[in-house]
Design a binder for this molecule. Sequence first.
Ligand SMILES: *Cc1c(COP(=O)(O)O)cnc(C)c1O
Length: 388
Amino acid sequence: MTYLKRAWAETHLDRIKTNVENYKKFLNPETELLCVVKANCYGNGDDAIVPYLENELGIKWFAVSNIEEAKHLRDIGISGEILILGYTPPEYAKELIDYDIIQALTDESHAKELSKYTPNDKRVRAHCALDTGMTRIGVCENTAEKACDTVERISRFKGIQLEGIFTHFASADSDNEDDINYTKMQAEKIVSIAESLKKRLVSLNEIHFLNSAGGIYHSNGKSTLARLGIIMYGLKPNSALDVPFTLKPVLDFKASVSMVKDVESGVFVSYGRTYETSKPTKIATIPVGYADGYPRFLSNKGEVLIHGQRAKIIGRVCMDQIMCDVTGIDVKVGDTATLIGTDGEETITADDIADIGNTIGYEIICNISKRVPRVVYNNGQQIGILKY
Ligand SMILES: *Cc1c(COP(=O)(O)O)cnc(C)c1O
């Protein structure tokens, strides 16, 4: 099992286990875990992670963003429930049935079209999305009464087997009072709709509204599933708000130094000459760049770890290479630079990088490109490599 030691990511399965176990403690016993594994497990490598979740951790529910991701999970042997959280065009009704996939319904017309495309005497398994304040997808009515009417009609479409309803929080990851009240309002809406539907004898197996942040800050036994995403991958839903246990970031991002040199004061570095040395400087070149998903906004701002020490990125991040100031560090070609992860006493997280670029850790890990192999570890042992 070899790979080019240029730039690579390391995915640590044992850290997923720790994150999942810690998270579970916050859930009511009636809430089951649904692992959100969309977008290649947020860039962490679904081919390794999803079988681990199913076979080693006993997870029964998975969610993805689209039908290609859902079919991929079946193709690699996943047998648990798979829920597609986003829109699927109605022409795919038969494939949803053939692959035994549960589809989110974006609204009544989506349900009607899917039903129309469903082969006679077959039904698409579905969870109806309810828009309670995210204004993204979901049945969107101004009263709970009307929302119930719509869901009830959907439940009677001949090609639809309605098994659940769900909604998505807009700001569960905030400690601002207005946001907290907004989240409570969203939860109350879906719970009251679920209760009315029950009175109308529309039977539902699943009613769910918790995401990672919801499960920690708004845990509620009325959600039958908790849709766990970012916390499973070891990042905070909101970097400014502490999670009440130690998260283990699952993915490390590393690269090997390709050149080391000493330059004089007054030398310009990288495109646009945005950096000029002000003293004799030792520079390391590292073959990773924005084509690998290493953000260009780190130009003159980011740091990497080499031999347990921080080295500043100098000049612009190129497509495939960066330069770092390694003055005073004993660096040679082939040494490992840690872009995300821990080296000695020092750590750089995806959240640290996100803060520099005014974005979120989710985007940083999702953007690590398919040019970067994911080297899979469990308990410190290398057990596989995912190449794309
Ligand atoms: C992505 C997603 C999640 C997971 O969100 P996290 O913040 O990563 O836990 C849950 N539910 C829906 C509908 C999603 O789209």
